[in-house]
Design a protein around this ligand. Structure first.
Ligand code: C2E
Ligand code: CA
Ligand code: CA
Length: 745
C-alpha cells in the first residue's frame, strides 16, 4: 500500500535539513560569540588599563603633593634642630595625611622618624640627589626598616632661601597600590601590575609576580605586527600599546600604559581562555537552546508525519476499501487492473472482466432487513474473493454488484467456472440462520487491448443486461451483436416521437380467413415503421422497446385512429367492410380512462363498436385479474368484442380463460411452429381448441403457413385462420382491393 511516501520523505528531508542548519548555526554562533567576546575583552582591558593608570598616577601625584607641602612647611632652620618638635610635627602630619610613616633626613644624613627613631642614611645618596634634582622622589618598593613590610618611599627636599636643609619623606604600604590595580572590571581573570622600565614587576594583582616581563615576552609567540622589540621600543618612548601573544601554550591579551613617574608602566594581562570559557558556556547554552528547538521541531515533525501517515491510511481506506466487506472497492480495482491484466498478458493468458449482480437483492433487504442484507453481501464477497487464483482481482463496486478480473483461457472453461461460482456464492448464503438461495447474473467481457476501463465496464454491463434477457442463464459474454441491438433500441427511442409526427408508422392489415373459402372474415391491424433510411422495420423490433418506455400507448391510439378512419372511409364509400382487431398493450389496462377513450374516439369518427375487436395479449393475466375483468365487461357493455391474443404462449391457465369472457381466443402461432405433424402436439392443440370452444369462444389460429396446417386446424373446428398461407399483412389500399375483389367474385 502506498500511503503518500513522497510526502513522508519530503518531511524527513526537511527535518534533517533543519537540524543541520541549526547545528551549523550553533557553530557559527559560537565562533561569533568568541570573536565578539575577544573584541569586548580587548576593549575592556584597554579601558581598564587607562583607568588604573590614571588612578595610580593620581595616587602618586597626591602623595607626592602631600610630602611636598610638608617640606614647604618646614622651611625654618631653627625648627629643624629641635628633634622632639620634628617628630611630633611629622607625627601630626602623618595622621592628618594618612601616610604610614614620616621622617626627615638632614644634610648630614641623619634620618629622624615620626615615631622618634633615628637612622643614618635611610635615603640613599642617589635618592637624595633625585629629590633635590627633580623636586620629588619615588622609590621602588622596599622594606620598611621597622616592620619589614614592603613600602614605597616618597620624598621632597626642604630649602631655606635655596639652601638645602634636608629631605622630608613618607613611607606608603603597598596595599593602596594593589587596591588600585584591583579596580579593573576583569576581576580575578587577568593580572594587572606596575612595571619599571626594565620590565621588573613592582606591584601586581591578584598575586605577586616576580617574573620579568621582558623575559616572559622573549619566551612568547606574538600575534602578527607585535614583537618584544616593539614593546621595548614603546616603553622606551613612553608609548602605550596592546598586543596578544601565546605564552606556555596560553593565549593572552595585554595592554600597557606609561605612568607619569620613574618611566614606570601599568600593564594588564588577560588570558583568552577566560574569554573562551565564557564563550563556551554561552555557546553551550545556545547549543542547548538550539538543540531543544531542533528537538521540538523533530518531535513536532514526527507528530505531523505520524498524523500524515494515519491520515493517508484513512484516506486510502476511504478511497480504496469498501467499508462493508473490507475488500477492495471500485477505485482500488480500477487502479490495480492494468498491472494485473498486463501480468496475465505476459503469460499469454487472456483475462475477462466479470460483473456479478445479485438478482432481486432488494427483496432480501425487504424480507430480512438491511442488517441481514449486509451479512449476505459479506458472505458473497468472501466466497468470491476466496475463489480467486493468483493475480486475479475482486471488488465490490457498489450495492449488490461485484467485479472480478479472471483468467479466461476460453469461454467454455470460464463459463463453467462462473456457473460453479454463482452456485456456490448463491447456495452458501445464510440470513437469519436459514439458507438463502440467491441467483446471480453475470456479464462477462473478454478484455481486449487498448479499451479504456469505463468502456470495459459498459461492456460487462451490456453482457449482464443481455444475460438478464435470457432467463435461466447465469451469464452472458459481451458481443457486439447485443451492443448493436442496444444501439438500435436507443436509436429507435430517440427517433420514435419524430417518426410518429412524420407519419412513418403505417397501418397494415392481415386478413383472418375462412378455412374453406379463404375469404376475409375479419382482419388484424398491425403496425409497420416505414423508416426513410432503414426501410420497413418489423414491430418485433420496436414494440418491445416501446413496451419498455411506454411509447406503445401513443402508438396504439394512433393505429386505432387509423383503423377508425379506414372504416369510416369504407362505410362512407359503401365499400365492403369486415371487423378489424386492434392490438392494445397491457399497459392500457392501468389507464382508468381506457374504455371511455375507445368509445369516444369511435363515436367521434362514427364507427359502430361492433366492427371493432380489442386484442389483449395473454400476458394480461399477470396483472390484476379483477381489473381485467372490469375492462372486458366494460368493452362488452359497449359492444366491442374482445380477443385473447397469443393464447398458449406461456402464461395462460384455463382457469383464467374460464373467468374472463373472451369472444375470441387466438391460438399462438408457436403451437404450429412446434410442428403440427407431431402427434403429441396435435393432441395438445386439439384439446385446447375443444376446451376453448366449450367455453363458448371463437378460435382463431395464428401463423397458418401450410395447407396441411389449415386442414388440420379446420378439422378441429377452428373458426378462422390468420397466416401467410392465406394472406400476409398488407397496406391499406391492397386490403381494400382484396375486399373489393372478394365481393366481386
Ligand atoms: P401478434 O399480435 O401476434 O400479430 C401477429 C403476428 O404474426 C404479426 O407479426 C404477423 O405478421 C405475424 N404472422 C401472421 N401470419 C403469420 C404466419 O403465417 N407465420 C408467421 N411466422 N407469422 C405470421 P408482426 O406484424 O411482426 O407483429 C408482431 C407483434 O407485434 C404482434 O403480434 C403484436 O403483438 C405486436 N404488434 C403489431 N402491431 C401492434 C400494434 O399496433 N399495437 C400493439 N400493441 N402491438 C402490435
Ligand atoms: Ca394480435
Ligand atoms: Ca398473436
Amino acid at each position: 500500500m502506498k500511503y503518500n511516501v513522497r510526502g513522508f520523505k519530503r518531511t524527513l528531508f526537511l527535518v534533517i535539513s533543519m537540524a543541520l542548519i541549526a547545528a551549523a548555526g550553533s557553530v557559527l554562533y559560537w565562533q561569533q560569540i568568541i570573536q565578539r567576546l575577544e573584541q569586548d575583552a580587548a576593549a575592556t582591558l584597554q579601558a581598564d588599563g587607562k583607568e588604573i593608570t590614571s588612578t595610580v598616577n593620581h595616587i602618586f601625584a597626591s602623595q607626592l603633593q602631600v610630602i611636598s607641602s610638608i617640606a614647604l612647611s618646614l622651611e625654618y632652620p631653627e625648627d629643624l634642630d629641635d628633634t622632639d618638635w620634628i617628630a611630633s610635627y611629622l607625627g601630626q602630619q602623618k595622621r592628618r595625611n594618612h601616610v604610614e610613616w614620616m621622617g626627615f633626613q638632614n644634610v648630614k644624613g641623619e634620618a629622624l622618624f615620626s615615631n622618634g627613631f633615628s637612622m643614618h642614611d635611610f635615603l640613599s645618596s642617589k635618592a637624595v640627589a633625585i629629590a633635590y634634582d627633580k623636586g620629588a622622589y619615588l622609590s621602588e618598593p622596599q622594606s620598611n626598616p621597622f616592620t619589614d613590610e614592603k613600602v614605597i618611599v616618597m620624598a621632597a627636599p626642604v630649602y631655606f632661601h635655596k639652601e638645602r636643609l634636608g629631605i622630608v619623606f613618607g613611607l606608603q604600604t603597598m596595599s593602596i597600590y594593589t587596591e588600585a590595580l584591583a579596580n579593573g572590571s576583569l576581576g580575578d581573570n587577568g593580572v594587572s601590575m606596575i612595571l619599571d622600565s626594565q620590565g621588573n614587576v613592582l606591584v601586581s594583582y591578584p598575586h605577586a609576580t616576580t617574573e620579568n616581563i621582558f623575559t616572559v615576552a622573549e619566551n612568547s609567540r606574538f600575534d602578527k605586527n607585535f614583537s618584544i622589540q616593539s614593546i621595548k621600543e614603546d616603553m622606551k618612548q613612553g608609548r602605550s600599546g596592546a598586543n596578544s601573544y601565546t605564552f606556555k601554550g596560553q593565549h593572552r591579551f595585554s595592554t600597557y600604559f606609561p605612568l607619569d613617574y620613574n618611566n614606570w608602566y601599568v600593564m594588564l594581562v588577560l588570558p583568552t581562555s577566560s574569554v573562551a570559557n565564557k564563550a563556551q558556556s554561552m555557546a553551550v547554552i545556545s547549543l542547548v537552546l538550539c538543540l531543544s528547538v531542533v528537538l521540538a521541531i523533530v518531535l513536532v515533525a514526527i507528530f505531523i508525519l505520524r498524523m500524515q501517515y494515519k491520515n493517508a491510511k484513512e484516506v486510502y481506506k476511504l478511497g480504496f476499501i469498501d467499508p462493508l466487506t473490507k475488500t477492495d472497492n471500485l477505485n482500488a480495482f480500477r487502479m490495480k487492473f492494468p498491472e494485473a491484466a498486463e501480468a496475465f498478458k505476459k503469460k499469454d493468458i487472456p483475462v475477462a472482466l466479470v460483473l456479478m449482480n445479485i438478482n432481486r437483492f432488494k427483496a432480501v433487504n425487504d424480507i430480512y432487513g438491511f442488517e441481514q442484507g449486509d451479512l449476505v453481501l459479506k458472505q458473497v464477497a468472501t466466497i468470491l474473493q476466496n475463489s480467486l487464483e493468483t493475480g486475479e482481482l475482486f471488488c465490490r463496486s457498489g450495492a449488490d454488484v461485484f467485479l472480478l478480473m479472471l483468467a479466461c483461457p476460453d469461454q467454455v472453461e470460464l463459463g463453467q467456472r462462473i456457473d460453479q461460482l454463482v452456485n456456490r456464492a448463491g447456495g452458501y448464503c445464510q440470513a437469519q440462520g436459514e439458507d438463502l438461495p440467491l441467483s446471480i447474473t453475470c456479464g462477462i467481457y473478454e478484455v481486449e487491448d487498448d479499451v479504456p476501463f469505463y468502456i470495459m465496464m459498459d461492456r460487462a454491463n451490456l453482457a449482464w443486461a443481455s444475460a438478464k434477457e435470457q432467463p435461466g442463464t447465469n451469464y452472458a459474454f459481451y458481443n457486439s451483436e447485443y451492443l448493436r441491438k442496444i444501439v438500435t433500441e436507443r436509436r429507435i427511442e430517440s427517433s420514435m416521437e419524430q417518426a410518429l409526427a412524420d407519419e412513418e408508422f403505417k397501418l397494415y392489415l392481415q386478413p383472418k380467413c375462412d378455412f374453406k373459402t379463404g375469404r376475409t372474415l375479419s382482419a388484424e391491424a398491425l403496425v409497420r415503421w416505414l423508416h426513410p433510411s432503414q426501410g420497413i422495420i418489423s414491430p418485433a423490433w420496436f414494440i418491445p422497446v416501446f413496451e419498455k418506455n411506454g411509447f406503445i400507448l401513443k402508438l396504439d391510439w394512433f393505429i386505432y385512429q387509423e383503423v377508425l378512419r379506414l372504416m369510416k372511409h369504407l362505410l362512407d364509400t359503401q365499400s365492403p367492410i369486415v371487423p378489424i382487431g386492434v392490438n392494445f398493450s397491457r399497459l392500457h389496462l392501468e389507464d382508468k380512462g381506457f374504455l371511455d377513450k375507445l368509445v369516444k374516439m369511435a363515436d367521434e369518427i362514427g364507427v359502430p363498436h361492433k366492427l371493432l375487436e380489442i386484442e389483449l395479449t395473454e400476458s394480461i393475466v399477470l396483472g390484476d385479474i379483477e381489473r381485467v375483468k372490469t375492462v372486458i365487461d366494460g368493452l362488452h357493455a359497449n359492444d366491442f368484442s374482445v380477443a385473447m391474443d397469443d393464447f398458449g404462449a406461456g402464461y395462460s391457465s384455463l382457469n383464467v380463460l374460464k373467468n374472463l369472457d373472451f369472444d375470441c381466443v387466438k391460438l399462438d402461432k408457436e403451437f404450429l411452429a412446434k410442428g403440427e405433424g407431431n402427434p403429441r402436439q396435435r393432441q395438445i392443440i386439439s384439446g385446447l381448441v375443444s376446451m376453448v370452444k366449450d367455453l363458448g369462444s371463437h378460435v382463431v389460429a395464428e401463423g397458418v403457413e401450410t395447407k396441411e396446417q389449415a386442414e388440420f386446424l379446420s378439422s378441429l373446428g377452428c373458426d378462422m385462420a390468420q397466416g401467410y398461407f392465406f394472406s400476409h399483412p398488407m397496406p391499406v389500399p391492397e386490403f381494400e382491393k382484396r375486399l373489393q375483389d372478394e365481393k366481386n367474385s
